[in-house]
Design a protein around this ligand. Structure first.
Ligand code: PLP
Length: 427
């Protein structure tokens, strides 16, 4: 047996892990009294231990100051969001003015499409990946209908026959093919099913050359892989905070608008008072005047308790040294997991597990999507019964994500052991 295949090796990697102390900052669910092996950060990140205190501080401020809490106390609510913008801008590779925190993800997709999907009779199509997350499909479909077009206005790029992930060349080719009719290219940063990390920069460039806008849903990318939204020239992006950013179920979303659009008065938007010029908001005047920057896209009053949960997690990201440090561990963790899963097939001399996520680490984040060639659902259930928490996607995929802030190399080792034992157990 190779040393890499032993528990001792995993323990040694944990010992050398410069982020190991951060695991203790999260509440890990229990299974039979022990820490479960939680590999589901792609769906819902774990609760920071500090989260309750962050919420409690604002409940206290509400108790003590009531409505005055907007203007007084340690963290006056009116400007509280500003404390989160810097850390988020670091995570998304954006200028602070390009970031805002608001609403939920699909709502933000709609709001941003109000601005960046401006179809004309000639240029009315939206290009997206086939197999995008359903909410994105519904959002796009309903936007197209809202503008009086039919489903033909939605162009999908699908993998080649016999392939599961997309080739960048095929995405760019499809953009070129429809160049004259494209209004918008709307892609995910990482596909939720396969875990494929797309080439955002190349897609944005091709969209612009075609004369279209480029927008990105970063639900599975934000806080997972380093992105450079400003330098990569995305027009807009949005994400959720409840996956890799550990900000609680239904946690607040964020949005990016490239600064080159700040002065474009031709962009439509569905306005609300929270996007109004800050210096004049409380004059309550008629006629909407947007705040400069992404904040001008805000609509409603900031939900302070959701922001507090988000801040609890963003503060941990900052203390951990930011995304480059996390990515460094993430690549090792996921690479080790991949090695162990592939090793199971070798050990039993049969292909039971097939990882459909790209092998190239530049094209993936934490998530490995594992197809089980036989007894897939029974294997998934066996994992859950034995304290390994991933998630299931029809018809035969188990998504498993080792997250650098709270997962250890031992987690990954034990999960692989469980995958190995499952094969015999479910026969
Ligand atoms: C890629 C993607 N888009 C959209 C959504 C929907 O997000 P929300 O329900 O917060 O609008 C999700 C949720 O998991 C997602 O993964």
């Amino acid at each position: 047996m190779n040393y890499q295949d032993t528990l001792e090796y995993a323990l040694q990697l944990d010992e050398q892990d410069e982020l190991k102390s951060f695991r203790g900052e999260f509440l890990i669910p229990k299974h039979n009294g022990q820490d479960a092996i939680y590999l589901c950060g792609n769906s819902l990140g774990l609760q920071p231990r500090s989260a309750k205190q962050y919420i409690q501080d604002h409940l206290n401020a509400w108790e003590d100051n009531a409505v005055e809490g907007w203007f007084m106390g340690n963290d006056p609510w009116l400007s509280y969001h500003k404390q989160l913008i810097g850390p988020l801008a670091n995570i998304l590779g954006a200028k602070p003015a390009e970031i805002t925190i608001m609403n939920s993800l699909t709502v933000n997709l709609h709001l941003l499409m109000v601005s960046f999907y401006k179809p004309t009779h000639k240029r009315f199509k939206i290009l997206m990946e086939a197999g995008a997350f359903p909410s994105d499909q519904y959002a796009v479909e309903s936007q197209v209908k809202f503008h009086g077009f039919t489903q033909d206005a939605v162009i999908e790029v699908a993998p080649r026959e016999g392939e599961v992930t997309l080739r960048t060349e095929d995405i760019l080719q499809k953009i070129n093919e429809h160049a004259d009719e494209l209004a918008l290219v709307m892609f995910s940063g990482i596909n939720y099913y396969t875990g494929q990390f797309f080439d955002i920069q190349a897609i944005a460039k091709a969209a612009h050359e075609a004369g279209a806008y480029a927008g990105f849903d970063l639900a599975h990318a934000a806080g997972n892989v380093p992105v450079q939204l400003h330098n990569w020239d995305a027009d807009f992006a949005c994400w959720c905070s409840y996956k890799y950013m550990n900000s609680g179920p239904g946690g607040i979303s964020g949005a990016f608008v490239h600064e080159k659009h700040f002065t474009d008065t031709t962009l439509n938007r569905f306005a609300g008072w929270w996007g109004y010029r800050h210096d004049k908001r409380f004059l309550m005047a008629a006629g909407f005047e947007a705040e400069t920057g992404a904040e001008g896209w805000n609509v409603s009053t900031a939900p302070i308790l959701l922001l507090a949960l988000h801040k609890a997690s963003l503060d941990i990201f900052e203390r951990a040294g930011g995304l480059e440090t996390l990515r460094n561990k993430s690549e090792k963790l996921t690479g080790y997991f991949e090695y162990l899963i592939n090793g199971i097939n070798k050990k039993i001399g049969d292909d039971v597990y097939h990882i459909i996520t790209p092998k190239n680490k530049e094209e993936r984040g934490c998530q490995l999507s594992v197809v089980c060639y036989s007894n897939a659902k029974a294997i998934f259930n066996y994992l859950a019964e034995n304290g390994v928490i991933g998630d299931w996607r029809e018809p035969d995929v188990i998504r498993l994500s080792a997250v650098p802030l709270y997962n250890s190399f031992t987690d990954v080792y034990n999960a692989a052991e469980c995958l190995f034992k499952a094969i015999e157990a479910v026969k």
